[in-house]
Design a protein around this ligand. Sequence first.
Ligand code: ADP
Ligand code: MG
Length: 485
Amino acid sequence: MLDKSTREKYTVVIGLEVHAQLLTKSKIFSSDATQYGASPNTNISVITLGHPGALPRLNKQVIDFAIRMGLACGCEITRYNIFDRKNYFYPDLPKGYQIMQDKTPICVGGGVYIRNPDEEEKRIKLHHIHLEEDAGKSMHLENEPETLVDFNRAGVPLIEIVTEPDIRSSEEAASMLTEIRKLVRYLDICDGNMEEGSMRCDANVSVMLKGATEYGKKVEVKNMNSIRNVQRAIDHERERQILLLEEGKMVVSETRLFNAENGKTYSMRTKEELNDYRYFPEPDLSPIVVSEEWLAQIRKSMPALPHELYHKFVDIYGLPAYDAEVLTETKAIARYFEEVCSHTRHYKAASNWMMGPVKSYLNDASHSIEKMPVKPAHLTQLIELVAGDKVSFAIASQKVFPRMLEDQSKSAVQIAEALNLLHESDSENIQPLVKEILDAFPQKVDEYRKGKKGLLGMFMGEVMKRSKGKANPKVANELLRKELE
Ligand code: ADP
Ligand code: MG
């Protein structure tokens, strides 16, 4: 175990390589389906299986999707794209090579904004994003001598997002992955599901003495199937590498596998066994040129992005950072909230409704916001009722809102009226009540007049009780004061 002061002599340096499966219906170079969970070896054809003479044909939607991600990250978009062959032998790679972009990655540079716990923003730079095809899946069955291969995944389109070594803690790495997942989901290009492997991450980790000018030797860790496990793997690697250096040993450049059972990493292969992939341009595919029109069309179809919405919610709506974070978690939540806000200026109230009653309902019903029965415009009405002192928040959330969830044919006003819940704001009607209460408590009135002003709350409580919560508190308050003074 390392002590804290030793650990703090070092800085951890991290770069991520994130693979995201693109949500196209068919594969990148054939019309085979990409559908997850199909029976093994049913989504295959001669192209997927790499039969001699079978020719790949590019699925153009793949280019659209990759460019969407590139635009969202502020990358430069490569206009003249070629594909390359990366040659290697593996049982789940029937062609003996993978088609990918080695020399002309479709997106170059750019970056992704993350926020650390005190809301400070940091931009993690991207090296590039390139396109490639996925390989099949080898299945090593328990107690079976054979390994089976499922080629359904072979040829499924992937983008690989390669970051610069800009990340300085496992928490930052987790934030980066969370942001990337949020982005691909906002863009509808990948479902971001790490457990099912549709988003995968390799972490490159090195350590160096604080203030050093040169990075240390890096280790690449694979096989993490959740953001939490990426974080655990990095923490373990940092510890392991610092220990090595403290013992006067060297870190070996290698690829390691993470074991989620014990939280440790194990050597898989060293970089000395570095493969020579013999990259060369894929002769069966012609270059893909991204025209100005094509790019403009993709640009036009881009949704508002999470960090743009975050800033809008903070800077224009004046919401706390926490609210903005929660409200931009998914595109559907942000959309719903935006719609609520398009009819009201009570943004903080709207946010409180989203994070309070709306969220509790969705949690209890295990629904996502897409299944929210109350339309945004109806929620706005309810917010306006509260803001206009027509009903209290308590009554609105406990009595009106539940009814709205059950019956979408009636508006908030109609429900509040039908339940006789609208505040009594007419002083003519509240005045007798005020008199009645003051008559009932002559001693308290006396005490109040002698200076015990705190008793106002008790009188207000009586008014609310006797009006069954219907008296407009503002009006009641004024009338009480007038009578008492
Ligand atoms: P390789 O050629 O070994 O694949 P690259 O330069 O292509 O290495 O980088 C791969 C990934 O490793 C990138 O995400 C990059 O940010 C990261 N990386 C590079 N050097 C380091 C380092 N010293 N420590 C941590 N990560 C690094
Ligand atoms: Mg690499």
